[in-house]
Design a protein around this ligand. Structure first.
Ligand SMILES: *Cc1c(COP(=O)(O)O)cnc(C)c1O
Length: 374
């Protein structure tokens, strides 16, 4: 028989690829009384949350809301709604998350033309144009803005013009960039985008903010078949999250994760209190501070164009990958990430996301690494 006893987790300093440290304010918000999912008070909090998401995504898109589920649910939501079986799509693959996007879109019945480049490199407009030229029937181009597996930062400016010129939609994974990197959904012409709460927004995992623009909605309306997923069908979800479009009231679809919404609401209030620009600048400054320290120790960055929110570095020669990470965790309470996929055993990933991107954490992880690597 199990002896029931409360579980009190230890406190860690989360400097891995996510989840990131969650401020007390956000944790406290989660502990507020649970409301009904059609309670007017709850709907007001939900509406405010969607409005703040629009500000953080820098978009006017009405259909902007948090999908119930983690970042992968957002990826599946966009794929299953934007793709019909037999559609040709292009997916840009330079890491684990591009690989997953290809897999998810194939499961939706898409014919995926993957553009694969060396992991940790980023795509040029030329590379994407060449593949678009080869496949004139392509309906969608998917790309990862912040490849958390390699730390590469993909520029997106100018891509929408190219993609729209071919009548295709631009779909972006912004799980590790939203709230930590410059990201302009409207100015950059992004048609559909998904993110997550537990990276630069510093909220626990559990929701996936998404946004759909005009072109994406037109694609949705023109569908000949229903999306395979009932749970993620946006034509139904929008009747709950956006008041049915025409003031038709809120239509129950599934029970929204009420307390997770409180958490996201508080996390977004904190983003806007700090100011989105100031927050993005803080991520840049903390990245540079860490980078200076690591390079001073002779440690090299793997991607040429590094993210600020995720620092992917070579494991120094002679260092014991798992041993170092275990000592950081046990002796300092610091979590950093291991290498993913082909980078396993070769890379460490230090996340400076949201609340985690502070002088205190940067200097602590540098001092701890210096000591453990001695
Ligand atoms: C973390 C991450 C995801 C997946 O999010 P989950 O919350 O783990 O489901 C997708 N894409 C990128 C780039 C990520 O970093």
């Amino acid at each position: 028989m199990m002896n029931p006893k409360p579980y009190i987790p230890v406190e860690r300093i989360l400097l891995g690829p996510g989840p990131s440290p969650v401020p007390q304010r956000v944790l406290r918000a989660m502990a507020a009384p649970t409301l009904g999912h059609l309670d007017p008070d709850y709907l007001a909090i939900m509406d405010n949350t969607c409005e703040m998401l629009r500000q953080v995504f820098r978009t006017k898109n009405l259909l902007t809301f948090p999908v119930s589920g983690t970042g992968m649910a957002g990826m599946e939501c966009i794929a299953v709604n934007m793709i019909e079986p037999g559609d040709e799509v292009i997916v840009c693959v330079n890491g684990v998350f591009g690989t997953r996007m290809k897999d998810v879109m194939e499961r939706c019945g898409a014919i995926v033309h993957a553009i694969e480049i060396t992991w940790s490199d980023v795509f040029t407009l030329e590379q994407i144009k060449t593949v678009l030229d080869q496949h004139p029937k392509v309906k969608l181009v998917g790309i990862v803005h912040a490849e958390t597996s390699t730390g590469a930062h993909q520029p997106l400016e100018g891509l929408a013009e190219l993609v729209h010129g071919r009548g295709a939609l631009l779909v972006v994974d912004a799980v590790t960039s939203l709230g930590g990197h410059e990201l302009c959904v409207d100015d950059w012409g992004i048609d559909a985008i998904y993110s997550g709460t537990q990276k630069c927004l510093s909220c626990p995992p559990g929701l996936s903010p998404v946004s759909f623009g005009e072109r994406a909605l037109a694609r949705l309306d023109a569908r000949k078949s229903k999306p395979q997923s009932w749970y993620l069908d946006v034509s139904m979800l929008r009747k709950y999250y956006t008041d049915g479009g025409g003031g038709g009231g809120r239509v129950y679809h599934h029970t929204a994760p009420i307390n997770m919404t409180y958490a996201l609401h508080e996390a977004l209030v904190m983003v806007l209190e700090e100011g989105l620009d100031a927050r993005i600048a803080r991520h840049a400054t903390m990245h540079q501070r860490l980078r200076n320290g690591l390079e001073g120790m002779g440690i090299r960055y793997i991607p040429k164009r590094s993210l600020h929110s995720l620092n992917c570095i070579n494991i120094p020669a002679g260092a014991d990958d798992a041993g170092v990470r275990r000592r950081l965790l046990e002796e300092y309470g610091i979590e950093i990430g291991s290498g993913l996929g082909p980078m396993a055993g070769k890379a460490w990933r230090i996340g400076l996301m949201g609340h985690g991107a502070s002088i205190r954490n940067v200097d602590l992880v540098l001092a701890a690494l210096r000591e453990v690597l001695r």
